[in-house]
Design a protein around this ligand. Structure first.
Ligand code: AMP
Length: 244
């Protein structure tokens, strides 16, 4: 049975971090629509050019565009054996389209990661990501990045922080500035939070507390997936993918 997992939660709830850990653990692709769009913006594709201004304002890219991106991605062979979706669906229209895409496939497991607003704002204001590969520098539990401290050179200059995975520069996401964060949280409450009601009655829905340390959240996520999937996950973790 394929593990088809979607992660709900506000910006800053830790969806990306947890999705990445879980996907690696189970050897399935992590599909982040935010990453796909940021890549499209940086390579200058037509979709990227259209999405850029919308993302910069903290608003949502149109449903039709997003649904086509995800439909195409989920049909690729590596996603047929399971996937973790991060950042999609974000509207009820996207959720309905995803149900149609999933028709005939194993059921979706839906996990909502709950974090209170003050903590979300604090996290978003202080997180940095890698300019090169997009990894989250706050992802200390994953040991992907350098510690978030500057190192002083012999000349007393401050060296830029580097990504441990690819060597890229660590920067703040442009949409993590305080005004855009406010807009993104507003958009979340208005357009994305209704998804909890959309999914809540399904036996494959689970809720976890995202305010805990990342290792605890990961453990709760694994437990919730197992419970929500009623016996899932089946199969074995990917070789070498076991997490500390
Ligand atoms: P994220 O990295 O998930 O926070 O996404 C960054 C930005 O990409 C969002 O603020 C939206 O502008 C856009 N985006 C990502 N996923 C979606 C989606 N499913 N629907 C609409 N816009 C999205």
């Amino acid at each position: 049975m394929a593990l088809n997992l979607i992660m709900l939660g506000a910006p800053g709830a830790g969806k990306g971090t947890q999705a990445e850990r879980f996907a690696r653990r189970w050897g399935i692709p992590k599909i982040s629509t935010g990453d796909i769009l940021r890549e499209a913006v940086s390579t200058g594709t037509a979709t990227g050019l259209r999405a850029k201004a919308v993302m910069a304002r903290g608003e949502l890219v149109g449903d039709d565009v997003m649904i086509e991106i995800v439909r195409e991605r989920l049909e690729r062979p590596d996603a047929l054996g399971g996937f973790v979706l991060d950042g999609f669906p974000r509207t009820v229209a996207q959720a309905a389209a995803l149900d149609a895409i999933m028709d005939g496939r194993d059921p979706l497991i839906i996990i909502d990661i709950a974090v209170d607003e003050a903590e979300l704002t604090r996290r978003l204001g202080s997180r940095t990501i890698c300019e090169g590969c997009g990894a989250n520098a706050g992802d200390a539990a994953d040991e992907v990045m350098s510690a978030p401290e500057s190192t002083a050179s012999a000349a007393g200059r401050s060296e830029p922080l580097k990504c441990r995975r690819c060597g890229g520069r660590l920067v703040q996401r442009t949409d993590d500035n305080v005004h855009i964060v406010r807009e993104r949280l507003k958009v979340y409450h208005l357009q994305t939070e209704p998804l909890v009601e959309y999914y809540r009655s399904r036996p494959t829905f689970g809720l976890i507390d995202g305010a805990q340390p990342p290792d605890r959240v990961a453990a709760d996520l694994a437990g919730a997936v197992e419970a929500a999937g009623n016996g899932l996950p089946v199969g074995k973790p990917a070789p070498g993918g076991a997490r500390r």
